[in-house]
Ligand binder design. Sequence first.
Ligand SMILES: Cc1ncc(COP(=O)(O)O)c(C=O)c1O
Length: 382
Amino acid sequence: MSPKGDYPEPSFPELVQAASFEMPSAEYARRAIADTGAGYTYFRYGNPTVRRLEEKLAQLEGGEDAVCLSSGMAAIGALLISAHLEGSRLILASRLYGGTTSLVRELIVPLGATVHTFDPTSPDSLAGLLAKESRPALVLVESPANPTLELADIAALANLCHQRGATLAVDSTFATPVLQQPLGLGADYVVHSLTKFISGHGQVGGGAIVARRRLTDPIRRRFVEVFGATLDPFAAWLTLSGLITLPLRMERACGTAKEVASFLAGHPRVNKVNYPFLPDHPQHELARRQMRWGGALIAFEVKGGKEAAEQVVEGLRLIRHRLTLGDAESSILHPASTSHYALSPEERQALGISEGLLRLSVGVEPAGELISDLDQALSRLD
Ligand SMILES: Cc1ncc(COP(=O)(O)O)c(C=O)c1O
């Protein structure tokens, strides 16, 4: 038994399910009323495995501080609601994951928050909004954005925000810290869905906020300790395992994605392909400046609208139809009827989410196998 209060750090990959090292279960050992168990007292108030993951994420993103929550949505919600409670207005990119839009509409707006939207590909539209009021603002962008893969110029937006006393948060789920580090480009917060590439095997639900300075304490207090949107220690442990192969998985998947994107761009059944590292991507130069590789996601539009998109998804043999992304196994999804179904057809059209659009998440399979699978499914289109 270790001396009172002297609990060693677990050496990875040890899993500590409970707050106490002595009883790795759902129970808690405390020897005296004053015993705080080296700061670990109860699962909502901290767990060594979750803490280890927070430290690792802060280190990978070049931040001082990180907090993990039960999902990517919990992380985004905690950030937005905290900013609202502190008197900030919220300025959100018009291009966001559909779940984030639902969160804003169904929870954040009913809480009385002031919410504006702007086009993240045009820093001028943000400048106008920031100039309108002197009240502090939290600005949230996704880069690359789900599902169409537009980028936000993080350095330019951070600069604008700081000139006006606003803070910038970047949902970097699609990039991971391997491809871009928003804090190094000037952002104040990075948000991740750990459910995706970071854990990487479709076994985990989780989210994280990493901050440039020690900014997450009120978020931890309100949403992890008091509200209870706490990350499960086993999920943290699986995520720590996933992090070991993250650079390898990303390097492989990004290399393959570029080959697959080039194949799709030349296919007669494909209308257009969005992939940041293809030379005809409208933000290609920004992509090269801001990202190490082009990412593992490809958005492509098949000729023939929804019917053709359905035929392709059903015709694929290797690539599976799944609602998630970022797994070691490739997956495909039809954003208009899944991730962005809550938007009206007009809203989807304005964002370029057409009925023929498919979002492909490239895994670690050989490029040739993925290309053959796509080719046979596309060639069966009437
Ligand atoms: C860019 C982005 N951010 C956040 C989320 C939400 O993450 P989670 O599903 O872990 O709540 C998603 C989910 O797809 C996403 O694509």
